[in-house]
Design a protein around this ligand. Structure first.
Ligand code: C2O
Ligand code: CU
Ligand code: CU
Length: 496
């Protein structure tokens, strides 16, 4: 059964314009607001960059422990989080294309975990398959090939538990660089900044509230950037490059500056062909974009606010999710960076090269989220493209007041159209997550590879994913089983 129109109206999901709909009106049962904090007072920070434990000619070896910690997120309160190395977001891994990473994830938590590096073409046994679980007291070494420059993120993917695990803190950024990108005169170093945006809700004592509204979604009323609520960043009057990730559970973001434009330079899986100026940038869960803000257009002393305007009948009574962070232009600096007119050519995959088209319907059925009316079954394969085959996939949302950010593992894809219309200018790059709005058919094209084997596809509203909007496809035949490199007990741990 779909959400009825009445149910959708009750939840405030109808009547505010099609792509802005995953915002749930507060209901009495749900109306618990986080303690108020004044925005733009806490200092901005970025997650630490993780150093390898050791390196050899081909590979860098890292170690991350999943553990609980009590941290101060809201001033004066302690929040229990589950974090990679006890922090959230976890440490950033920064790697060079062509080098290999081995990341040892040790599970010191009391639930089973699976770690997915979102955006990496990992072998099936290292892709964080939802049923390839690391039990408490176990560890697993994941191997990552780092085969292209892009902005990725690692997060939990445990079957039916992803929303709770990611929401409690198990997410971090992972960046792959390469010489081509490094040779461009874009802002670098301290002027290249990750922005991991997440919305969370806190009880009066500071603990996280996880209310999934009967499996519809988890919506917070505190906007965190890199784990800090509504932070304030001091900037020089020059260009900065940002890598933004919507790392929340369910909330769609619509980024906008209170004055000026964003200059988009990259999508999920790397740079786009040419920069695109935009007033607003729509980011579904798990999508990544690269953009530049040129602060030289503002006089010193200007406060620039990164906003998230939703719609006039916004669901948050205090409208707190309408703003995210601020940039205070505090100093003069010279700027030798440039935004080249051509960044990295994205060669369109010709439609004529597609061997077949498949259609997947993302819908609600008897109160359960499904794909083509089916839920997750590790023994079922819903598509079997040959290795190297080009296919067009129709991702269909038949309506119902919901959008679904659909993520396909392994491959980078290109967006062909939405309901026959051209993609937004800034979506014309390599991507692995596609917002499928109400009553929309999103057509995407890809060439299946570079690996064979079984990989997942799911809605990245992680509450939908858990219950049960997830399936798998298999590229070719004879790939490694996703379960072929099981976790091992910590008692058998060998030095990396
Ligand atoms: Cu970001 Cu299958 O996940
Ligand atoms: Cu993924
Ligand atoms: Cu969904």
């Amino acid at each position: 059964m779909k959400l009825t129109r009445r149910e959708a109206i009750k939840l405030g999901l109808i009547g505010s314009g099609s792509l802005l709909l995953p915002f749930v009106k507060q209901e009495p049962a749900f109306a618990q607001f986080s303690p108020q904090i004044k925005p733009f007072e806490l200092p901005f920070r970025t997650p630490p960059v993780l150093q390898p434990i050791r390196s050899d000619a081909t590979t860098d070896y890292y170690k991350i422990t999943m553990e609980k910690a009590r941290v101060e997120i809201l001033p004066g309160l302690k929040t229990e989080i589950w974090g990679y190395n006890g922090i959230t977001p976890g440490p950033t891994i920064r790697q060079q294309r062509g080098r290999q990473s081995v990341v040892r994830f040790i599970n010191n938590l009391d639930e089973k975990m699976s770690v997915h590096l979102h955006g990496m073409a990992s072998l099936p046994q290292y892709d964080g398959y939802a049923e390839d679980l690391i039990s408490p007291g176990y560890y697993k070494d994941y191997l990552y090939p780092n085969n292209r420059a892009s902005t990725l993120w690692y997060h939990d993917h445990a079957i039916h538990q992803t929303a709770s695990h990611v929401y409690r803190g198990l997410a971090g950024m992972y960046i792959v660089d390469d010489e081509v990108e490094q040779a461009l005169p874009l802002p670098k170093g301290e002027y290249e900044i990750p922005l991991i945006i997440q919305d969370k809700r806190f009880a009066r004592n500071g603990s996280l509230i996880l209310d999934n509204l009967n499996n519809r979604g988890v919506y917070g009323d505190v906007m965190l950037v890199n784990g800090v609520p509504f932070p304030r960043m001091e900037v020089a009057n020059r260009k900065y490059r940002f890598r933004v990730l919507n790392g929340g559970a369910s909330r769609l973001l619509n980024l906008q500056l209170n004055k000026g434009e964003l200059i988009v330079i990259g999508t999920d899986a790397g740079l786009i062909s040419a920069p695109v100026k935009t007033r607003t940038l729509r980011i579904g869960i798990a999508e990544r974009y690269g953009f530049i803000i040129d602060f030289s257009q503002y006089p010193i002393g200007t406060r620039v606010i990164l906003q998230n305007p939703i719609s006039s009948n916004n669901i948050d009574r205090d409208n707190r999710t309408n703003q995210i962070m601020c940039f205070d232009v505090v100093r003069q600096e010279s700027d030798d960076s440039l935004i080249p007119d051509t960044l990295r050519f994205v060669q369109p995959i010709p439609i004529s090269s597609a061997l077949r088209t498949r259609t997947f319907r993302f819908d609600r059925n008897n109160g359960v989220w499904k794909i083509n009316n089916l839920g997750w079954d590790k023994n079922r394969i819903d598509a079997n493209p040959g290795f190297g085959d080009v296919e067009i996939w129709n991702l269909v949302n038949p309506g119902g007041g919901w959008i679904h950010p659909v993520h396909i593992h392994l491959v980078d894809l290109q967006l062909l159209s939405r309901n026959g219309r051209n993609p937004l200018p800034y979506e014309r790059g390599w991507k692995d997550v596609f917002l499928v709005g109400e009553n929309e058919t999103v057509r995407v094209i890809t060439k299946f590879g570079p690996n064979i084997g079984k990989y997942m596809m799911h809605c990245h509203n992680i509450v939908h994913e858990d219950t049960d909007m997830m399936t798998q496809f298999e590229v070719g035949t004879g790939g490694d089983s996703p379960l072929s490199a099981p976790a091992k007990p910590i008692s058998q741990i060998l030095p990396l």
